[in-house]
Design a protein around this ligand. Structure first.
Ligand SMILES: NC(=O)c1ccc[n+]([C@@H]2O[C@H](COP(=O)([O-])OP(=O)(O)OC[C@H]3O[C@@H](n4cnc5c(N)ncnc54)[C@H](O)[C@@H]3O)[C@@H](O)[C@H]2O)c1
Length: 258
């Protein structure tokens, strides 16, 4: 049987990150889940679910936009599990605003979490994986918005274009160490980011109604479950995926094609 591998997933208290954590645990991977203060209870729930699958789980509280928190999380995973083979830089936020209405705070906080956060995750994972000398997999959360901007999500769209660029640049540099770097670029996935019952109730109650209203998407949001992304990530970290690197892969029901 192949050796157990060790993963760190950010933004993993809920949504896509939690689904990835549980899916990787099915594949003989010990998983550390990282999220912000206030999410401890949900993090503990994910750790319990990982342990119920017979794998080791570890909850780490921190903020991906704080470099020391990300570096500390990598160190903690190495200390507790004994190494790091997989990094999933999943944490992200989506704040409304156009080029005219987006505030400086919206711009800076989005870049801090969605871009700086991914940079820190890629960087400290790469340093550790190079030191270990056994390759590795680094995965980021891009978005359809990282290929085709979404109206009224200016900062978000820009940040996801940056994740795509960072993924390509890091993949090129890390190939020599047998470290593959890829990203997922989802369409609408029905997590709290897209569908929120209370928020949607004010706009007719359909899941995603608020976002539909906010971005003026006349087609209406049709989403999928987080598991469709978790399954793609499970492939990306398989040994057989060694020939795939630098890609930001669309999983969007054919909403657009590239
Ligand atoms: N849901 C979608 O339709 C969709 C589409 C494309 C891309 N994505 C991307 O997938 C990723 C996961 O999104 P989701 O839909 O699961 O959203 P979500 O809001 O359900 O989950 C995001 C998680 O990130 C955490 N987080 C936020 N800021 C953080 C920080 N500074 N440090 C650490 N953790 C932080 C949150 O607490 C939350 O648990 C995001 O990067 C998002 O942009 C989502």
């Amino acid at each position: 049987m192949a050796a157990t591998r060790f993963a760190l997933i950010t933004g993993a208290a809920q949504g896509i990150g939690a689904a990835i954590a549980l899916r990787l645990a099915d594949d003989n991977i010990d998983v550390a889940v990282f999220d912000i203060k206030g999410q401890e209870e949900k993090l503990d729930g994910v750790v319990k679910a990982i342990e119920a699958k017979g794998r080791r789980g570890l909850a780490i509280v921190g903020d991906v936009s704080v470099e020391e928190d990300v570096k500390g999380a990598v160190d903690k995973v190495v200390e507790v599990f004994g190494g790091l083979d997989i990094m999933v830089a999943n944490a992200g936020v989506a704040k409304l605003g156009t080029i005219v209405t987006a505030t400086t705070d919206t711009w800076k906080s989005t870049m801090g979490i969605n871009v700086d956060g991914v940079f820190y995750c890629y960087k400290y994972a790469a340093i550790q994986m190079i030191k270990q000398g056994r390759g590795g997999r680094i995965i980021g959360a891009c978005s359809g918005a990282g290929k085709r901007p979404i109206p009224n999500l200016l900062a978000y769209s820009t940040s996801k274009f940056a994740v795509r660029g960072l993924t390509q640049a890091a993949a090129q540099e890390l190939a020599q160490y047998n470290i593959q770097v890829n990203a997922y670029a989802p369409g609408w996935i029905m997590t709290a980011m897209v569908a929120d019952e209370q928020r949607d109730a004010k706009f007719g109650g359909e899941p995603g109604a608020f976002l539909n209203h906010a971005i003026g998407d006349s087609g209406g949001i049709k989403g999928a479950e987080p598991e469709v992304i978790a399954e793609l990530v499970a492939y990306m970290v398989k040994p057989q995926a060694y020939f795939m690197t630098g890609q930001s892969v669309c999983v969007n029901g054919g909403y657009f094609m590239d």
